[in-house]
Design a protein around this ligand. Structure first.
Ligand code: G3P
Length: 337
């Protein structure tokens, strides 16, 4: 009997020891991922989807913590944190053109006929041609690409003709692609962070700006500049980026999980985009917003301005010159219907 008791005590001690070791042997690796948009917007949905897929594929080896809405700092700051490896991942778009000018060509104005056209180009060579060489220059790797929606104008007064757009003072993101396109469209582009838009409209410093419908709806900017004109001149495309050193140090199987999770998350966002735009339209029109289609003349004017703006990338004398710009443009056009 004594011997049985002693064996049970020994077994109990062994199990206790084993249990105390087990958690650290199976400790999760936490992946921090930062973004700029609020909850519910396509970018944030994409980050959460990535987390769900990675946790599932890795059977819980990785735990993804999502920090949307600039919780880890503004875009420039969290890009820098990803580059330095303080955090592993982030979501952003053409801000990455400061490392590799071709990244701005993801949002080339008036390039895509519709969402499906862009989707085909991004799944094909166009995306590869744009991102080729980015990791070497930036220390970060582009994991995927997904849409946030086409940009449309929001203004205080209706935009019915070409004359209505000329000379408007419009907020633009502080990215050469945007300032250059505004110039070509005869707009007075006012570079500023989105956070300053509402007060700048109120003070009269700007007449409006442009954003995807999901941004116009979630920020409530349509309460300040209620006339939304659906010019769809730029498709905003964002990606998930990962610190390249971190990625390269992952075991091969784990890299596959990261790739697969990123790809599936992006595909989910492409699918939900049409519904997201419809939901945003409902919210805007249920409030003070009014949504109008541009006249054919205005649409043509925007198309021509967009095409002129491509010289930003094709002109060898431009600071934003992209050596393979013509190849990128031709590739994108091949994916049209
Ligand atoms: O890709 C750049 C774009 O996301 C910036 O747009 O209007 O969110 O500052 P915005």
């Amino acid at each position: 009997m004594k011997r049985i008791v002693a064996m049970c005590v020994a077994l109990g001690l062994f199990c206790g020891l084993a249990l105390s070791i087990a958690p650290s042997a199976e400790a999760k690796t936490v992946i921090k991922i930062a973004g700029m948009k609020p909850e519910g917007e396509p970018e944030t949905v994409g980050m959460h989807k990535f987390g769900e897929y990675l946790e599932k594929l890795s059977n819980g080896k990785y735990e993804v913590k999502v920090y949307p809405n600039s919780q880890l700092g503004k875009e420039d700051s969290y890009i820098d944190q990803t580059k330095r490896g303080t955090i592993q991942m982030c979501a952003t778009g053409t801000q990455m053109s400061k490392f590799h000018p071709a990244m701005a060509m993801l949002e080339t104005p008036m390039l895509y006929e519709d969402l499906d056209h862009a989707h085909r180009a991004m799944k094909g060579d166009t995306f590869k041609l744009i991102t080729d060489g980015f990791a070497e220059k930036s220390g970060m790797r582009t994991m995927n690409v997904f849409p946030l929606g086409f940009r449309h104008f929001y203004t205080k007064n209706p935009v019915k003709s070409i004359d209505d757009i000329k000379g408007l003072k419009m907020r633009v993101p502080n990215i050469p692609l945007y300032t250059n396109f505004a110039k070509e469209a005869g707009i007075s582009g006012q570079p500023m962070p989105f956070a300053e838009v509402m007060t700048s409209i109120e003070s009269g410093a700007i007449d409006g700006g442009d954003s995807p419908l999901s941004d116009i709806a979630s920020t409530g900017v349509y309460e300040y500049a209620p006339e939304v004109t659906k010019t769809g001149h730029i498709l905003v495309l964002h990606s998930l980026f990962i610190n390249d050193k971190f990625y390269k140090n992952l075991p091969e199987q784990d890299r596959k999980w990261f790739d697969e999770a990123a790809e599936m998350a992006a595909e989910d966002v492409w699918k939900l985009m049409v519904q997201a735009d419809q939901d945003a339209e409902k919210k805007i029109t249920a409030g003070k917003g009014k949504i109008s289609e541009p006249t054919p003349e205005l649409k043509k004017y925007m198309t021509e301005a967009g095409e002129r703006s491509w010289t930003l990338f094709t002109d060898p004398n431009s600071k934003q010159h992209v050596p393979n710009a013509k190849e990128i443009l031709e590739s994108a056009k091949r994916y049209a219907k």
